[in-house]
Structures are given as C-alpha cells and as structure tokens.
Design a protein around this ligand. Structure first.
Ligand code: SAH
Length: 501
C-alpha cells in the first residue's frame, strides 16, 4: 500500500490563488475530493482521467457527514491512490483538516498538509482592507461566527475578545450577525466601529458591504447578502476608500460567455478576467481530426518539397499541421524549400514556436486583402499549399488559382460541437445572468445557436462582441445583432474593444 493523501488548501476563491505545491499535488492526483468552496477550474490541473468526488452541499442534496468524508479519503488512499483533498482557503482554518488528518493517522495512511491562502485574510485584501496596518491595527484575530447562540454557553471569550484585538475577522458569521454584534457591543466595542462584509471574496462575484458594528445585522438583511462572507470589524475597514483595487476594475461584475474551443478559450478568458469580468466558458466547438482522416494532409506532406508557398490561415491550422508532421517523424526542416505566409500575427507567432519565421504576414483576413499582399510573390505556376480547417471559405484558393497558381488545400482539422453542459448555459441566459457573449469565428456563432436550440430570443438582452467582419456577417445572417466588432481582428483587438465599450 503506497497511497498518499495531500490535504491541500485551494485558496479563497480565485483558483489562481492556490499554491505552487498545491498545483503540483493536483497534477499527480488519482483522486480529487472537494467541497463547494473549491473552484472547478482547479480540476483542469489534474490528469484528464482523474476520479473526481464532490462531497459538499448542493441544492437538494445533503453534505456528506464529516466522519464519512474522512473515511472515504482514507479508503481511497488505502487502494494505493494519490488522493488530493481540496479544501477552500487553508485546510486548518475552520476547514476540519485537522480532524481528517487524525483519521488518516489512525488508519495508518501517509499524508501531507499543503497550507492555503485563507479567506480570512484574502477576502478583506481583495476588498482593499488590510487586516493589519502600522497606524491602525497591530493585531487581528480570526473567529468562528458559527456558534449557536441558543447553546447557552459560548466557547468564545467575548469579554476579552471584543476589545483585546484591533481587527476581528469572523468566518461563517452571516446568519449569526445579531448575536455577534450584540456581544461585541455588550463587551465594550463601540457600535460605531467600522465593519465590512466581503462575500465571495477574490472572485468576480465579490460583493462588499461597508457598515458598522451597530448596523451590520440590519444592513445584511436590507441588502440580502448571503453566505459565504467574512465579517471584518475594525478601523482598517476605512482604508478601503483608498486601497480598493479589485472590485473597481473596468469589467468587474460583468458576466461574459466565451464561445471557443476549450484549448483556445484561455487567452480570451484570462485577458477579460484581468479586467475584472466573470467568464463562463462554453466551449461550443472543439478541435477534432478532419472527416477525411488526414488523407488530403498526408498527400500534401508526401510532396511537401514541391511547394513554393505554404499559407497558414490560423493558429489551429499551424498546430494541427505540425502535430501531423510530428506523427510522421518529420519536423520544420521539411518545409525548407517553401516560402511561408501566415495570416494574422497570432498565426505568425504560433509558427515561431516551431522555429519558423513567416516571410509574409498579411494582417487582413479577407481573401482580397491577402491576395493583394501576395500578388508579387505568387506567380503563374506557383505551387501553393493551404493547410486549414475542413470547412473554410473558398475565396482564398479560388483567388490564388485565378492568379495562375496551382493550389492544394489540406484539411488539418475540423471544429465540432463540444458536449458542453447545455442546460447550464441556457439557464444562465434565461435568468439574465449573461451580460455579453463573444464570438471569435463564424463556427462559434453557429454552434452557440445549436447549443441553445436556436432560441435566439435568449440572446435578446445579451451584448454580442465579435472578432471581425466575417463573424459579424455570420451573426447578422443568423438574425443576431452585433454590438461590438473588433477593429484589429485578434483576441487583443477584441478585448480592447470590449474594455472601451
Ligand atoms: N478554510 C477556509 C474557511 C472555511 S469555513 C479558509 O481558510 O478560508 C467557511 C467560511 O469561510 C465561509 O462561511 C466564509 O465565512 C469564509 N469564506 C470562504 N471562502 C470565502 C470567500 N471567497 N469570500 C468570503 N468568505 C469566504
């Protein structure tokens, strides 16, 4: 039995706040066991065939009992597996990680603790509230807010706690604020003391409510603020007016639906999230082998030395082309006879990864523009290869043939509908929980419409942002309005336009 358990702090909310060691543990996990505070995107770090067990509370579904969870972790490890137990924040800060570790010890299972960034510090930090400050607070305490007030006796020494520490941070306290605040006031903390509630801290849904100890309980009801939130008490709360940095970003609070193949979505998502947006990835398309099972591409590869020009039209085309070369034990050197054109700077950048600097980089995406750039290079009789998507516009090969070139089109991939959770996306749209949808190619438009069963009315209140004129046209042809169209037809161009919208 070589099983191993890592009790890993997942961080407070934003999945990127996991530690490097926590990520390394996920990368080698056989089993991941997590609850509702851990972001699902962390799972992307785990191997694809990882066993994922959710033990948290879900609507209509009771949480597993703590003893059962601890035993499950131990049992999985006893099967010889590498188990990652992911816990929100830090595993030992009200995370019951200590109890789980005891059970593992008693079961003779090896374990390690990987501390995490606790919400007690991170949620205030993302609200612009430092828990200590040389001038304002030299101490802080983290306190459970979950004590049952009807219990009669409290484990919290309110009399000493209320005034002994400058900053108090209560976790799990939202439902219990009348009790918490009345105890604080009873034992000498002024009702005017500044206080804040930070809900879903560090996430794009973060909400901050600034109040006072005296008014907090009432304000929470008035603003219908729900858990999970931390309750921060102390003069440090005033610093938010100067230090606020996160929830005042340009796209903060905006929910944007990203329709791209999963492998490409991350760049757009990262850029928009950097600006504060909450991105929901609907990988409406995924990259798959072409239906001809590479017959056209393999043909082209066998006579690759004959081509005078090879025109790459997309980053996917580049990736799939070189992946196929690689499968045939070939590399970029077999392209040495040809000149290379890359349509768009992103395609050119992708080629650099394979050691190739494009000779020509037309930055316009319409065939006429591309042909104009290449007209002095491609002559009558020039042999041209275009490795590209299965379903692509014919204007480019047609135009080149009209210039007298001999053109081969090789299908390097096709885009297919991904099996996204379609009901989730439809629900979000129905409940007006999407502010904007991005389209980065015509196929993303068509596939999203398929995904929502062509119920275009679902998109009535949603702004659409498209990467360029061709995609815009596809939107219009499908009866969708276009609110934002990038001037520069790249991800950066699109992000810029959205930011300034
Ligand atoms: N181990 C966790 C705390 C678990 S107790 C940690 O170190 O953060 C659960 C409580 O943590 C919640 O009731 C809430 O008070 C707090 N919490 C967790 N994540 C939070 C977040 N993103 N924003 C605000 N509070 C959070």
């Amino acid at each position: 039995m070589n099983g191993m358990v890592y009790l890993v702090g997942a961080g407070p909310g934003d999945y990127r706040l996991i530690t490097l060691k926590g990520k390394e543990c996920l990368e080698k996990a056989d089993v991941v066991i997590c609850d509702y505070l851990a972001d699902k995107r962390l799972l992307a770090f785990a191997p694809e065939n990882v066993e994922y067990i959710y033990v948290g509370k879900k609507a209509g579904n009771h949480a597993m009992r703590q003893e059962d969870i601890s035993q499950l972790i131990a049992d999985k490890a006893k099967e010889g597996k590498c188990v990652v137990r992911l816990k929100g924040g830090d595993p030992f800060v009200f995370g019951r990680g200590g109890e789980e570790a005891e059970v593992l010890k008693n079961n003779g299972v090896k374990f390690e603790i990987v501390p995490g960034v606790t919400s007690a510090i991170a949620a205030p930090a993302y609200a612009g509230i430092p828990v200590t400050n040389r001038k304002v607070a030299v101490s802080f305490a983290v306190v459970t807010g979950h004590e049952d007030p009807t219990k009669g006796k409290s484990d919290i020494n309110w009399e000493k706690l209320s005034t002994a520490v400058d900053t108090l941070v209560f976790l799990m306290g939202v439902g219990n604020l009348p009790h918490i605040t009345s105890q604080l006031i009873k034992y000498g903390r002024s009702a005017d003391t500044p206080a804040a509630l930070v809900r879903w801290g560090t996430k794009a849904q973060q909400e901050v409510l600034i109040t006072t100890v005296g008014k907090a309980a009432e304000d929470v009801i008035k603003h219908n603020l729900k858990p999970p939130a931390v309750f921060v008490v102390g003069n440090v709360v005033n610093l938010r007016s100067t230090i606020q940095w996160f929830d005042n970003k340009p796209l903060f609070g905006k929910n944007i639906l990203i329709t791209r193949a999963r492998s490409q979505a991350s760049k757009l998502t990262t850029a928009l999230e950097e600006l504060g947006a909450n991105c929901i990835e609907a990988p409406a398309i995924k990259i798959a082998p072409p239906d001809d099972n590479y017959v056209s591409l393999d043909n082209a590869i066998t006579k690759i030395h004959d081509y005078d020009w090879i025109i790459f039209t997309s980053t996917n085309g580049v990736e799939r082309f070189f992946a196929r070369l690689n499968e045939k034990n070939l590399d970029a050197r077999c392209l040495s006879n040809a000149k290379i054109a890359a349509i768009g700077t992103a395609t050119a950048d992708k080629l650099k990864n394979y050691g190739i600097i494009a000779d020509k980089i037309p930055t316009m995406f319409k065939a006429e523009g591309i042909l104009e750039v290449l007209q002095n290079d491609i002559q009558k009789g020039s042999k041209v290869l275009i490795p590209r998507a299965q379903k692509a516009r014919e204007a480019l090969p047609i135009g080149l043939r009209q210039m007298g070139a001999i053109v081969d089109v090789a299908e390097t991939y096709c885009t297919k509908m991904a099996d996204t959770n379609k009901d989730d996306i439809k629900d979000l749209l129905k409940n007006n929980q999407i502010d904007m949808v991005t389209f980065t190619s015509s196929s993303t438009v068509e596939n999203l419409l398929k995904l929502i069963d062509d119920e275009k009315t679902l998109l009535n209140n949603v702004k659409t942002a498209v990467i360029g004129p061709i995609t815009a046209k596809t939107c219009k042809n499908n009866g969708l309005k276009v609110d934002i169209e990038a001037d520069v037809y790249t991800i950066d161009g699109l992000v810029n336009k959205i930011k300034n919208f």
